[in-house]
Write a protein that binds this ligand. Structure first.
Ligand SMILES: Cc1cc2nc3c(=O)[nH]c(=O)nc-3n(C[C@H](O)[C@H](O)[C@H](O)COP(=O)(O)OP(=O)(O)OC[C@H]3O[C@@H](n4cnc5c(N)ncnc54)[C@H](O)[C@@H]3O)c2cc1C
Length: 458
């Protein structure tokens, strides 16, 4: 479901809507211009620039926002155009949801090689943020499986680019993957799916009691499991406990396991968080209780079982609009990757600051990223340790807390994820993304977002 909360026709006859991103930190009017075909795109872009493309607004911050300006909406370009069963190459329009690809192809023995923690995102959105999943060590990022992209610029030029092309064309590809929608409008993409035995995984949950134990477990798991991720209790300071989950695809269940109500609930849309409560339901009173209860529940259920891919890959999709739980002021997600050499120390420092602050949430994710640099000039996922924490927006105190986390990330030479950001300082952005100067050569001057103005100055 999109994050558009209401819509009406403005005096200029372009539909104007209030649009928020997933963090719900703002709710501003945008002129939403639908783009329904690749052929129509050049003329529409020329007539309506400047603007920025939007997908499902599952990014947490301002990467797909343009308050008071234009949003190009390609969500209705959602057709699967061609599939080659010999190579696994699927050609799609930009608004196709990852959910539709997984549902259509998983029973035929194909799935996305890389998927983020929600499947309710568009292919173009996944390319523009070069998303990663729980299998970075073996599969890299989304862009590693993109074969070609068709891009339309606001001057009407059409560019087809791919990873194997000669340098000039490859440059467009590397700028567009992870390029935050700033190089042009993606109107078509071909991606290579991965062979799987079906929609099932053999998954295992293992409790851990310390950060060194997490690293040991994670490293040994990566030797024999494709998917590895952990939930960490961020209320316990040094990160004393968490649950590591690991999984491999398996042929149709060893034992007949019907997909649970939860797993199929997510597929059908499941439960929807009903209202925006007046205050965040995640606060200093509920926080330790929620984390303790979750840890105990998972610990008692630890062990191996065959599960459908949905509850393993997309546990948060089981409750639609769960982001409402943070109340009317919304929330920040802080996601950083820190070099592995000092990863234990830097993660420990961040968790200690967070625990002292009494802020945070139920969502703390700790995982390692594989030893591979990403294709995209502004892609996030690089070798190291990834830590992700949600924070209810309490105003100045939350911003001050996040600044103190920035200091740790800066000290250790880490970077923050642009798909999740709404406030990082320019200096941290520039330090974290060394290919920035190269990227700016490929920007489309007719494209601008709130994030690009905040971090790139235009
Ligand atoms: C519950 C949850 C879990 C998540 N887990 C992960 C995770 O594990 N890993 C991860 O990497 N991310 C994760 N994310 C983030 C999410 O995967 C990304 O933000 C994703 O890019 C959102 O896609 P979207 O379709 O909503 O695009 P939007 O958020 O609407 O836009 C994202 C970018 O795509 C651009 N864009 C959209 N359409 C086009 C187009 N046609 N042409 C050019 N540019 C376009 C926009 O301009 C913007 O720059 C998660 C998000 C949520 C809500």
């Amino acid at each position: 479901m999109s994050q558009v909360s209401s819509s009406r026709v403005s005096s200029s006859s372009v539909p104007s809507s209030r649009v928020s991103s997933w963090g719900r930190l703002s709710d501003a009017e945008h002129s939403v211009v639908p783009i329904t075909s690749a052929d129509a795109a050049p003329a529409i872009l020329q007539a309506s620039a400047p603007g920025i493309a939007r997908g499902m607004e599952r990014s947490y911050g301002d990467v797909a926002l343009n308050a008071g300006g234009t949003l190009w909406d390609t969500r209705s370009m959602n057709r699967l155009l061609a599939f080659d069963d010999a190579t696994g190459i699927l050609t799609v329009e930009p608004g196709v949801l990852l959910r539709d690809i997984q549902a259509t192809f998983s029973r035929q023995g194909w799935m996305l090689a890389v998927t983020p923690g929600t499947e309710i995102v568009t292919v173009a959105g996944a390319i523009a943020n070069d998303v990663h999943g729980k299998n970075h060590a073996t599969m890299g990022t989304f862009a590693d499986h993109v074969v070609s992209i068709t891009l339309v610029r606001t001057d009407g030029e059409v560019i087809v680019c791919g990873p194997g092309d000669e340098p000039e064309s490859r440059g467009w590809f590397e700028a567009t993957c992870g390029g935050l929608g700033l190089t042009g409008l993606i109107v078509q993409a071909s991606i290579r799916l991965k062979r799987v035995p079906g929609p099932w995984l053999l998954a295992e949950d293992i409790p851990y009691q310390s950060l060194p134990e997490f690293f040991e477990l994670s490293d040994s798991s990566e030797q024999s499991f494709e998917h590895v991720v952990s939930w960490i209790d961020i209320t316990t300071g040094g990160g004393r406990r968490g649950i590591l989950s690991r999984a491999n695809p398996v042929p149709s269940p060893h034992r007949e396991v019907p997909p649970s109500a939860t797993s199929l609930g997510a597929a059908k849309g499941g439960i929807t968080f009903p209202v925006v409560p007046p205050l965040s339901l995640v606060n200093s009173l509920t926080l330790p209780l929620l984390n303790r209860a979750y840890y105990r529940l998972k610990r008692t259920r630890a062990g191996s079982k065959v599960v459908h891919y949905k509850p393993f890959f997309y546990p948060l999709d089981a409750v639609e609009e769960w982001n409402r739980a943070y109340g009317p002021r919304g929330f920040y997600q802080y996601q950083c990757v820190l070099p592995r050499a000092t990863g234990l120390e830097s993660v420990r420092q961040i968790l200690a600051i967070v625990a002292r602050s009494g802020q945070g949430s139920f969502l703390g994710v700790l995982k390692t990223l594989g030893d591979r640099e990403p294709i995209g000039m502004l892609s996030f996922a690089r070798p190291g340790v990834n830590l992700t924490i949600d924070f209810p927006n309490l105003g100045a105190s939350t911003l001050a807390l996040l600044s103190s986390l920035d200091a740790v990330v800066t000290e250790h030479g880490g970077r923050l994820y642009l798909a999740k950001d709404a406030r990082m300082p320019v200096a941290l952005f520039e330090a974290g993304y060394p290919r920035l100067a190269e990227f700016t050569e490929y920007r489309d001057p007719g494209i601008s977002s709130e994030m690009s103005r905040r971090l790139l100055g235009s």
